[in-house]
Design a protein around this ligand. Sequence first.
Ligand code: ARG
Length: 572
Amino acid sequence: MNLRNLVAERLEAALEASLGEPASAIVQPASKREFGDYQANGVMGAAKRSRRNPRELAETVLKQADLLDVAEKTEIAGPGFINITLSEDFLAGLLNRSGALLTPTSKPETIVIDYSSPNLAKEMHVGHLRSTIIGDAMARVLTALGHRVIRQNHVGDWGTQFGMLITYLNETGSDSDLLADLESFYRQAKARFDADPEFAERSRQSVVSLQAGDPEIRTQWRRFIDISLSHCQNTYERLGVLLTPDDVQAESAYNDDLPQVVSDLEAQGLLRDSEGARCVFLDGSANEFKGKGGEPLPVIVQKSDGGYLYATTDLAAVRHRARVLKADRVIYLTDARQALHFRQIFAVAEKAGFSRPQMRLEHHPFGAMLGKDGKPFKTRAGSVVKLTELLDEAQARALDIVNAKSPELDETQRREIARVIGIGAVKYADLSKNRTSDYVFDWDQMLALEGNTAPYLLYAYTRIKSIFRRGEIDETKLDMPVSVADPAEHALAVQLLRFQETLEQVAEEGFPHFLCAFLFDLATQFMRFYEACPILSADSHSRGSRLQLCRHTADTLKAGLGLLGIETVERM
Ligand code: ARG
């Protein structure tokens, strides 16, 4: 149940009754404990619009609002804020309901998430981490809320580089170099391409033959793509993301649609020639489709030599997602530098009728990954950091921590814990930042046991598990009801019940860091509760209730981390 919406609905019913028209109550979690649990800020705006005194309106609203079963205290603060403290019985009642942690949405949608989407010419590097991890968290959250999620890995497999790579693969004849290290295979091919004009010419020829459908070249290309995709799949499995080979819907899959995209645009009179290229010019209201000097920026869909572009493929992809996949919403995760590209694609798609009328097309951009020096994240030698190497280092660093903290565990256990902490730390560090900003990759910060980190949350989880172990309690068999008395219990109960509204917000706005902040607050509230309220030594009634709160917290931490794609451990 969405607690915030419940409070908002009750207040909005009263607002509407007082005003004679609907108004938003603007309910938010209280900014300070002493304001209660929720605060409503909408009365001031509503009063202004209807020329009423805000404090009087707030009083009328509170008199009329049906909050008896929900709130134990309401008050008006300042010019007309309404503060609400939920009642203990109401909170306990919600926690004592049996059943799932989450209520699915009443309006399930078909949602396409376009994420990860690396170019297959090279090995995945840290640049792909953000799209992969954030996209995967979105896929999990939307699925948990009952939406039908279709993952689309729009891998780049169709550019001119592939001519060079298959020519080189052909020449060397063996897959083994390529299997071992795609990155250096690419470098060798490139060196060959730059040094030998005859090789370069053969490479260009093979791109032409590839796109024309020459069966032999297609076979060679397929071999290359398969190897490159298997590199990606290894990384996905290691990262614990949901993407499988079935989710790959590559650029090449749209090849046969591209002439149709262009002729559809043509038929609608949307195309103009510009220096031999076929272009769509968008007017747009503001300067959204203009260059720095105010000149119109065309969307090129076909080059003068007849070749198609990244944009053409994306238009075909929108059409496919609308017509074949029947998407209600499409989410694209790429770095912010592609923002103009997507604004253009969405505008052209809408003009040309490639999208469906109510379909939402959303680009969720993210910032760059930076080193501690504030420059793009690179190896010491200045090359891109390969994902596999990054994850190796994460696990090695985590193992040092586990070895120091828990030498009593056997080695296999320590390695397994280090794997979960290391991978979790890398993922959480990314997910916990607002994705729109650049993000500084910092090993010490992400592996710290204090603060908003994966190790802190995993530790909080194991701490609860150790309470059950110490008390020899089977937490699946707890049957005492929760009662909420102490302020620390109250705060923990409210936080637990905010899970639903947090996930709904993540789903709507596309910011997984809200879920991270929620989990961090939950762990913090739990630690306060743990300090303030004895558990195993309490009288049997309080003990039973507090153990239930422990169980709820552990379940919610595990579920929340799970929705971020992060595993948990029972001890660390
Ligand atoms: N392959 C592209 C890149 O690496 C990202 C593709 C994103 N998805 C899309 N439909 N354009 O930059």
